[in-house]
Design a binder for this molecule. Structure first.
Ligand SMILES: CC(C)(COP(=O)(O)OP(=O)(O)OC[C@H]1O[C@@H](n2cnc3c(N)ncnc32)[C@H](O)[C@@H]1OP(=O)(O)O)[C@@H](O)C(=O)NCCC(=O)NCCS
Length: 166
């Protein structure tokens, strides 16, 4: 497995471990309305540990990113069938935002996803989430589609994607 470990200030970005999952779940429920079962987290960690990362400071988890991988139609090539990574969820605790952690988590996940030789990475983001949209654009993602009433509360999502050239 591709090991990821980097630091940003006093924060460490590294692969998630089973022991981290309860803290990851705490960050998720404190930051996002989209929540998941414990089994779902365990499955993602088992299936794609290369792109399941946490940010920690003083042994406290303050952020995470988790992804899946699938085969499907390309977001870039007409009629192309490709191997795609999918960012399922990313979040940083509010008190720790604006310090580069989100950028570092996505950069790390891109590295992990590329190590699996994926052709693309995509995600959904609320159209109102300007901070996240800007962050993804800064890292090379482009809006490829708008998904009407994607979220349970009826809000639309942008489907954003990035293509890799090896
Ligand atoms: C999106 C999110 C993960 C970004 O995390 P982060 O650690 O703040 O990210 P960064 O520090 O790398 O900042 C990313 C950009 O957002 C900007 N930003 C961060 N907080 C901001 C704020 N409160 N107001 C305006 N801009 C802000 C930063 O200036 C930075 O831009 P820059 O790189 O041009 O300077 C975080 O805002 C979050 O957890 N939000 C709630 C969950 C969420 O929306 N997840 C995404 C679902 S698709």
């Amino acid at each position: 497995m591709q090991i990821i470990s980097s630091s940003i200030g006093n924060y460490i970005i590294r692969n998630c471990k089973n022991d981290d999952l309860s803290s990851v779940i705490d960050v998720n429920v404190n930051t996002l309305p989209e929540n998941y079962t414990n089994y779902f987290y365990e499955t993602l960690l088992t299936e794609l540990p290369e792109a399941f990362l946490v940010a920690e400071i003083s042994d406290k988890c303050v952020g995470y990113i988790m992804c899946t991988m699938e085969y499907g139609f390309s977001n870039f090539k007409k009629l192309g069938f490709v191997k795609k990574g999918h960012v399922v969820s990313i979040a940083v605790l509010e008190n720790h935002r604006g310090r580069g952690i989100g950028t570092a988590l996505i950069t790390g996940a891109l590295f992990g996803i590329k190590s699996k030789k994926c052709d693309e990475l995509y995600l959904e983001v609320r159209c109102s989430n300007e901070i996240a949209v800007k962050l993804y654009e800064k890292l090379g993602f482009v809006v490829k589609n708008m998904l009407k009433t994607y979220y349970k509360d009826g809000e639309d999502a942008y489907l954003m994607a990035i293509e890799f050239n090896y």
